[in-house]
Write a protein that binds this ligand. Sequence first.
Ligand SMILES: NC(=O)c1ccc[n+]([C@@H]2O[C@H](COP(=O)([O-])OP(=O)(O)OC[C@H]3O[C@@H](n4cnc5c(N)ncnc54)[C@H](O)[C@@H]3O)[C@@H](O)[C@H]2O)c1
Length: 328
Amino acid sequence: MSRVNILVTGGAGYIGSHTCKMLHAAGWAPVVYDNLSRGHREFVKWGELIEGDLHDTEKLTAVLKEFKPSAVLHFAALAYVGESVRDPLRYYENNVAGTLSLLSAMNAAGVRNLVFSSTCATYGVPNVPFINEDIPQQPVNPYGQSKWMVEQILRAATANGFRSVALRYFNAAGADPDREIGEWHEPETHLIPLVLAATDAGQPLQVFGGDYPTPDGTCVRDYIHVTDLADAHVKALDWLLTDTRPAFEAFNLGTGNGYSVLEIIQAVEKAVRRPVHRAISERRPGDPPRLVADARRANEILKWQPLHSTLETIVKTAHAWGPPHARQ
Ligand SMILES: NC(=O)c1ccc[n+]([C@@H]2O[C@H](COP(=O)([O-])OP(=O)(O)OC[C@H]3O[C@@H](n4cnc5c(N)ncnc54)[C@H](O)[C@@H]3O)[C@@H](O)[C@H]2O)c1
């Protein structure tokens, strides 16, 4: 039986590549479109790689007309909060203008189903213990704003016949249990790979802020295994293509469990059986004390449950994949 194509922008990156593996296992044919600015050619193992930039509307239109995908999974973006504060125009240009170019190509090619990688950073600094999709979105940095803007564009584009799902991930973590792919950002800014790197190099880990209103004073986050995120995309795709439903819907993807920075450090220490030296420094501007998901909507509507997101599994798979410098 021939497989149906799905275009995956940013499919050479961390979450996109894990999703391609799962799409392939579920019977789809992922076609990756990526400029490799932050992705890795060797992560594209489950379908074709087309090297191209989101801004190249003509190329995107031609690719969409050639492969006739049923939908686009749109991961391609720049995703560093600090970088977005230093260079906001680059973020709006890449994430917002780049998405407009994609939508224009999709419109021209008659492909109007989209799953969009959104983020808990669109909520800003919410004052609730568990974040559901209906609390006001008030992003506090250009990265979060760029994702929020795309959500507004997708809502409006329903008038052009678009049907889309925004998946608001909390903190993606862990790696493919088969170790075929894993987390590989340059530079790495995510906590678990940084803690692993610190144990390896024997260098102190910088902890930003020890005086937050949390049980141990460090920031609390909701860590979700990348394989669970990949699974949510396959479920969202099925829902997008088969169900009668609103033309735009947003889902949080998290576990509902919050872990502090110190708890993460302890979990890594336990897994690698080595101490992590830490240095508590000033708070980083714009870091909310606590971001933990209420993901009941995804549980109820998409029938999605995180199955790989115990802290133990997350740390174990990240450790098996190795620290960032192992690949340099
Ligand atoms: N990692 C997380 O914890 C997290 C959390 C919330 C949301 N997200 C979102 O999920 C998506 C994937 O994140 P990731 O961690 O896998 O990032 P990543 O950097 O590993 O992957 C992004 C991919 O997009 C590609 N890309 C970027 N700009 C492009 C452009 N203009 N044209 C073509 N390709 C382009 C990069 O080369 C890279 O392969 C992003 O949209 C990010 O904002 C990530």
